[in-house]
Ligand binder design. Sequence first.
Ligand code: AOS
Ligand code: ZN
Ligand code: ZN
Ligand code: ZN
Length: 400
Amino acid sequence: MTPDLWSALQAQRIETPSWGYGNSGTRFKTFAAPGAARTVYEKIDDAAEVQRLTGIAPSVALHIPWDEVEDYPALGAYARKQGVEIGAINPNVFQDDGYRLGSVCSPDEAMREQAIVHLLDCVAIMKQTGSRDLSLWFADGTNYAGQDDLRARKHRMRAALKRVHDALPENGRMLVEYKLFEPAFYATDLFDWGAAYAHCLKIGDKAQVLVDLGHHAQGVNIEQIVAFLLDEGRLGGFHFNARRYADDDLIVGTSNPFELFCIYAELVGAAKSTDDLTRQTAESVAYMIDQSHNIEPKVEAMLQSVLNCQEAYAKALLIDQDSLKEAQAAGDVLGAHRVLQDAYKTDVRPLLMEWRESRGLNPDPIAAHRASGYQQKVAQERGTAQGGGGYPEKKTAQPV
Ligand code: AOS
Ligand code: ZN
Ligand code: ZN
Ligand code: ZN
């Protein structure tokens, strides 16, 4: 293994989401999972287990109010004691009854204000947790043509984003997530990367686009969006997951491993760019998982996602960049493609096992997790909690 490859693997980071450790389901049923985390403290414990086993998942994203506590510095201290940091703060402006017609885009000014106040509260939380990123996803949209004025809604979105942007801490960022549809089925206010990008450009330098792999129409070339945003200095981060149909939020890289590889290939290429903006943008990307498990054991599913990201990245690092450039310059269509395929088809598992052993990690984190008894232990301690569905009651629970 070359020193470059080694240090790149060493520096890889994947953030796991607190909500991926609790019970969640579909609109039909939430199956209560034995041992699923019930409090933010238990979610942090689970995230710490994933970090202990993989060594590349050192932070956990919080969702407010699902993970709301009285004392965020104390929560941060608890997390660090377990071996993880608090990462991105995800506000929730989709759960209150008042948001029936939207949050920041609602025709009701009072609801818009309520949503903006919550977003600003989350900026205040970021300052207490030391989080760099505020991850913004809006369920705003309409169900029928004519239901609301699309341009007026665009203006409302712009005004809200601007207010939040201007309240961000000095080194803070807002990551603006777009989504094709759902829960709105006629028009979604931030419907694609172009809409998110246009807002970011007008709002300011701290606004960047967040790409969730489940948020595009079928057939959209996500790696090209990634390349474009990297080059424009506006790729802020990812929500990694896998899907076949819509926003399925399944384990990363299970249905779309080649797409995941191609995305990492763009990131690896951008990290080597001679253009400062592109390179710095690539270096600051927030790699986050956004998963919602229905029938899977939570911790093992998250482990699998992190490891699939690691494999995709390792393969992308193996791309022979010089040969690729040569083939591209020569117009060698299939030669260039073959360079990518050579990397993609390499079995990187032995190499990653070697890397883990060198770091004192078990070479097979899934087997280690299964053998550790962690799942049995939390099932016994936590029992089988009902509820969840991704929408738990406001949490102010203390460590148990
Ligand atoms: C929703 O579809 C988005 O992917 C959100 O990023 C995410 O699932 C939500 O913010 C979790 O709370
Ligand atoms: Zn997402
Ligand atoms: Zn989503
Ligand atoms: Zn998703």
